[in-house]
Design a protein around this ligand. Structure first.
Ligand SMILES: Cc1cc2nc3c(=O)[nH]c(=O)nc-3n(C[C@H](O)[C@H](O)[C@H](O)COP(=O)(O)O)c2cc1C
Length: 405
């Protein structure tokens, strides 16, 4: 990948609020740009971080004070279910991640990990291979393919038992969080967005439970809040975060909407008022559903409600380049002085995105076909603004990651 890619023209933002300091959690960052968590499937097939990921994240953290929220990372073998995604439940995984967080720290930047459980979006065959059950709030399959596959391999989707939920609260998430701290992450974020396990509890289409984890808004939010309450003394509220996507329909039939998220934010604000303010709330804007743009006429809601409830910091993501070179939305959202802007797609293709935004250097367009491949092509093969290295596609496609330990 070189400078021949399509270019998106931008204007310099160095003089705007994007490049003014902001306090987040335990740090004061010199600018307000984050790398949005981005799964790239460059881990090993058995869930270890690799030597491909290290230079990738070091490059994304090359401008001091960038908040690098690495990628969704399995909290446990039971939360896994797609190969080549790294986990963070054992010492060897933590040791690998430590090399990555050290590399980010060497650049004077900060790291956050996103703890992930797939729930019904896992591949039932992969879970079967790993000796794990296929669980979700309720046995509501994502689609026909998932149902057929689950039946074929004999690993049918079932509702998580109360004991399993208690184990997640008391053991699984605390273990993942402890390993993340051992791995040197500055922040620990819970993935409660985009139709994954924790979000499946929030959503009425996927949560049909009749116990205290289903039904009312309070009940649907119970698991997430219980995990947060358990993690606050372990991680420290000021190093803990959560990601929410109120308006995304990705892997869901209906979006979750405002009501359940307003309740979660009110509850988190109560904890903040009692001295336990989370480091940040990561909010996905309605302009995107996961990594896809949503056309303006299909955008059903707005995150304006969240600002009225939550008084702490936000990390917001969602096609903030759509109105480039003006960047009116980005500048508007920065105006409250408690927001960071996160980028995913353009950070995949511009390791020096911070420099480009500051100085108005055109952005290389991202390459969707290489988002989820497992080799180095389209990963560590993007030039900086001043680079012109030509990469040999065949050579890079043979370069697969080796375990970092
Ligand atoms: C390749 C790719 C992988 C992604 N993986 C994750 C992920 O692991 N966790 C998550 O919460 N969002 C994930 N997202 C969504 C992004 O974090 C982000 O919210 C979305 O892409 C919108 O930001 P953008 O317009 O700057 O790309 C991913 C997006 C892309 C493009």
């Amino acid at each position: 990948m070189s400078n021949n890619s399509d270019l998106v023209q931008i204007r310099p933002l160095g003089h705007t609020k994007l490049f003014q300091p902001i306090k987040v959690g335990t740090h004061t960052l010199p600018q307000r740009i984050a790398f949005a968590p981005s799964t790239r499937q460059r881990g090993t097939s058995d869930y270890y971080p690799t030597d491909l990921q290290l230079p990738y994240y070091k490059a994304r953290g090359q401008y001091p004070g960038t908040l690098v929220i690495t990628e969704a990372t399995y909290v446990s073998p039971g939360g896994a279910g797609r190969a080549n995604v790294p986990g963070i439940w054992n010492d060897k995984q933590a040791a690998g991640w430590k090399k990555i967080t050290d590399a980010i720290r060497e650049e004077k930047s900060y790291s956050s990990v996103q703890l992930w459980h797939l729930g019904r979006t896992a591949d039932p065959a992969q879970l079967k291979h790993d000796g794990q059950p296929f669980i979700a709030p309720s046995p509501v399959y994502m689609d026909k393919d998932s149902e057929e596959q689950a039946k074929k391999v004999g690993n049918e989707l079932r509702a998580a038992t109360k004991e399993e939920l208690e184990d997640l609260i008391n053991n699984v998430y605390p273990n993942g969080a402890r390993k993340a701290l051992e791995a040197g992450f500055d922040y620990v974020e819970l993935h409660s967005a985009h139709g994954y396990f924790l979000d499946q509890f929030l959503n009425q289409g996927t949560n049909h439970r009749t116990d205290e984890y289903g039904g009312s808004v309070e009940n649907r939010a119970r698991l997430l809040l219980a995990i947060i309450d358990k993690l606050i003394p372990i991680v420290g509220a000021n190093r803990l975060a959560v990601r929410l996507s109120p308006w995304a329909t990705f892997q869901l039939k209906e979006f979750d909407g405002e009501e359940v998220h307003a309740y979660i934010l009110k509850e988190l604000q109560k904890r903040a008022d009692a001295g336990n303010e989370l480091a940040y709330i990561s909010l996905v804007e309605p302009r995107v559903s996961a990594s896809y743009d949503v056309a303006a006429h299909d955008q059903k809601g707005s995150n304006a409600f969240a600002e009225k409830i939550w008084k702490g910091k936000f990390v917001k993501a969602g096609n903030y380049t759509y109105d480039a070179p003006k960047f009116e939305t980005l500048l508007h959202d920065l105006d409250n002085d408690r927001t960071l802007i996160a980028f995913s797609r353009f950070f995949t293709s511009n390791p020096d995105l911070v420099y480009r935004l500051k100085n108005g250097v055109a952005l290389q367009h991202y390459d969707r076909p290489t988002f989820y491949t497992h080799d180095n092509y389209g990963y560590n093969t993007w030039n900086q603004h001043d680079g012109n290295k030509q990469f040999d596609k065949e050579v890079e496609q043979k370069r697969v990651g080796k375990v970092l330990a």
